[in-house]
Write a protein that binds this ligand. Structure first.
Ligand SMILES: [Zn+2]
Length: 74
């Protein structure tokens, strides 16, 4: 059985945080956002921050390949 990170389909429980992979009870996610063709959830501000630090690794969990970030110009 694979973990469910699909926040589009709330019928498929339990939904898990894309970052820490903990179950998010009763849709009590901190944020829901688009990733690739789907939608995922983060359980807390802390996980949201970690997501931005490890975007590609997190995206890989749902089979999404992100391109490398462009170099920062600021
Ligand atoms: Zn989390």
């Amino acid at each position: 059985m694979t973990n469910n990170f699909d926040a589009n389909n709330t019928d498929r429980t339990p939904l898990r945080c894309i970052v820490c992979e903990n179950v998010i009870p009763d849709a009590a996610w901190f944020a829901r956002f688009k990733l690739g063709d789907g939608r995922v959830a983060a359980c807390s501000p802390h996980c949201m921050e970690k997501f931005f630090d490890n975007k590609r690794e997190c995206a890989a969990k749902v089979g999404v390949t992100l391109l490398a970030d462009p170099p920062k110009t600021y």
